[in-house]
Design a protein around this ligand. Sequence first.
Ligand code: ATP
Length: 363
Amino acid sequence: MKIVLENLTKIFPGRDKKKQEEVIAVNNFSFTVPDGKLIGLLGPSGCGKSTTLYMISGLQKPTSGKIFFGDDDVTRLSAENRGVGLVFQNYALYPHMTVKQNIMFPLENLRGVDKLSKEEMAERTLKAAKLVQIDELMDRKPSELSGGQQQRVAIARALVKMPKVLLLDEPLSNLDARLRLQTREEIRRIQKETGITTVFVTHDQEEAMSISDMIVVMKQGVVQQIGAPQEVYDNPINLFVAKFLGTPPINVFDGTVTAEKLYIGGSAVLDVKGVADGEVFVGIRPEGFILDANGPLTCKLKSVEVMGRDVSVVSAHDNALVTDIRSIIDADNKVEAKATVSYTLKPHKVFLFSKETEERLRF
Ligand code: ATP
């Protein structure tokens, strides 16, 4: 089931009666989520991710714009009638019910033509439990489960009604690092097995990049960029997106372009054909540095962190806008313990941005 968002906007009126400043939580968002894909909605706190998800679910009504599931306009349809499965950050399981009762609960409320027999309910419950691999814990209470297991029960409960659309709001936030990794892989597996169109909200770029078919990066209610994770990482449209994606983050410098050459400080570090003269922001991905004693970019060496396969070199530069410049170098390279470290740059890992608009300047 594809989901079409058409000029979706949500404005919250101001709470403070004197100031009455309204919040544009989501501003004119248009996008088609392709059928059967997993989309990661990504951005810093307050950028409008959850509001977008709640509008898709029907829990919140848009101020303007439309939502279609397939060809059906569902904009005015209530949450119960949209056929969506919702999973939140706090698992919100019923503490007095067993795992089985928790998963079965949404089925017991079905009425009319949708009403199921006891056998059908039991069958559907077991199927959902098996899908999330929790079928051996059916008689436990939520308090007797780990966080990861509780979240799986919540996912099974969302899946048991066989929703057309699965919506996940920061479902991994309450889990420890190892469980997060494991559970995100689980979510991906379940999504692929069921083929349910899924929208996943997170502020964690690594999480979104690792499991999404496509990511949507938002800032202050406005969609910045949509694309396959690698595509967005390799081709950020502006400085915000470039900074938001990647660990370690992109290294940003003040630079100047003169006669199609990029200067950082006094050194010409790269040819940048087609870029007009002027001051620019320069973003260099950590993997964009090549150790080279004769390289044009010389930084003060601060430390070298060995990470097994790679080495992370921490350095500083007067024109850097970050305190620590981090470059990732293959561990086969030896970093000499000197006062400085010099690099040449990989052109496709260097991005230039306008100082005025922070939009990308292509070369
Ligand atoms: P987080 O990651 O912190 O959950 P988010 O990206 O999901 O953030 P939203 O919860 O969608 O952000 O909020 C977007 C903006 O709308 C924020 O500025 C928030 O304060 C505002 N907002 C959200 N809900 C309401 C509401 N019910 N009334 C007024 N303002 C709201």
